[in-house]
Design a binder for this molecule. Structure first.
Ligand code: PGA
Length: 246
């Protein structure tokens, strides 16, 4: 058994309004778990959700920019998140990479600035279907990891999310064996490229169509330290996923 604390993130993406978030918050307020539980509402609702949570569920932003302030219409900065008491941010989510065309270099800059600003980060990596089929999954995720690694000094504030793009929102989950295989390779990559200590202590979580039906089996992978959950985080089922390792 590893002593890495199980971590479950809920990514609401661009979903929810005050009424539906109230329902989710009431559910989250019943969470009583030793695991780290973090939810990421859309940015207009960050303070609303944070102010209503009474359990120890933490709040994350879904993205932020690479500088503290300035003429960047539409962006939010880590400094603003810290000012609001928000302690986490997801970076480089596949929708940021593929819908908004964010490249590894920009994601690396965001990683650096968010950490320097005091945030905890959940950088996301993952291969597309054609890349998996071409047998280059490792090459792709290692390259994404390199841009993250080059910008991290304090690994204790980093949780890596492995999310194969073909599994996100598609209902096609990676099998427990497929997920474990990549997680194990990522941990070895961390040992080879950062340090053994960082490899052993850094949480690597899986994302991609995780639900209450598949979470327990996935959680058994010895290198799977939790989940980043999209669709199912908006449903009562999320509470089942939170305790998938119990
Ligand atoms: P999904 O999304 O659970 O809806 O597949 C996962 C994610 O995008 O983090």
């Amino acid at each position: 058994m590893s002593d890495r604390r199980f971590f479950v993130g809920g990514n609401f993406k661009m979903n929810g309004d005050k009424a539906s978030l109230d329902v989710i918050i009431n559910n989250l307020n019943t969470v009583d778990s030793p695991n780290d539980v973090v939810v990421a509402p859309p940015s207009p609702y960050l303070s609303y959700v944070a102010s209503k949570l009474t359990s120890n569920v933490k709040v994350s932003a879904q993205n932020c920019y690479k500088v503290a302030k300035g003429a960047y219409t539409g962006e939010i900065s880590p400094a603003m998140l810290c000012d609001l008491g928000i302690s986490w941010v997801i970076l480089g989510h596949s929708e940021r990479r593929h819908v908004f065309n964010e490249k590894d270099e920009l994601i690396g800059q965001k990683v650096k600035h968010a950490l320097q600003s005091g945030l905890n980060i959940i950088p996301c990596i993952g291969e597309k279907l054609d890349e998996r089929e071409a047998g280059v999954t490792e090459q792709i995720v290692f390259e994404q990891m390199k841009h993250i690694k080059d910008n991290v000094e304090d690994w204790s504030r980093v949780v890596i999310a492995y999310e194969p793009v073909w599994a996100i929102g598609t209902g096609k989950t990676a099998t427990p064996a497929q997920a474990q295989e990549v997680h194990e390779k990522l941990r070895k990559w961390l040992a080879d490229n950062v340090s053994n200590e960082v490899a052993q202590s850094t949480r690597i979580i899986y994302g991609g169509s995780v639900n209450s039906g598949n979470c327990k089996e996935l959680a058994q992978g010895k290198d799977i330290d939790g989940f980043l959950v999209g669709g199912a985080s908006l449903k009562p089922d999320f509470l089942e996923i939170v305790k998938a390792n119990a």
